[in-house]
Design a protein around this ligand. Structure first.
Ligand SMILES: [Zn+2]
Length: 125
């Protein structure tokens, strides 16, 4: 009985509210950063939507990575869990990997950093 009323009284103390506000002030910059980060990820996700339209960034199955022997650029391979298409990507390029292993350009980043469908026909040299 005495213990119960003691806790109720303790919870009503202003010092607890002060701690709560202090915590909120301390956390809000992190929340702001988190919001900014999610805004950037929304604007420029690491991976574009799959050809099947059902899978977006964060839902791909990570297959693995490999680095090119000459350029030392790293390709990341991901697989769509919905349709099974495989993709290899590096910064600004997102290629579909056909069953026979050939890569077909699918998406690339525009100069604004958004994913656009890769131009399949480059002008003849
Ligand atoms: Zn898919």
């Amino acid at each position: 009985m005495a213990v119960g009323s003691g806790i109720a009284h303790y919870n009503g103390e202003p010092i607890i509210e002060g701690t709560g506000i202090g915590l909120l002030v301390g956390v809000s910059p992190m929340l702001a950063l988190g919001g900014l980060y999610s805004l950037i990820m929304w604007w420029q996700p690491d991976l574009p939507r799959c050809r099947c339209g059902k899978t977006k960034y964060g839902e791909y199955q990570y297959v693995g990575q490999m680095s090119e022997p000459f350029t030392e650029e790293t390709w990341f391979e991901n697989r769509c869990p919905k349709c099974g298409r495989r993709y290899k990507s590096k910064s600004g390029v997102f290629n579909e990997v056909l069953p026979d292993g050939t890569m077909v350009p699918y998406m690339e980043t525009s100069r604004w950093g958004r994913w656009v469908v890769a131009s399949e026909h480059h002008p003849p040299e």
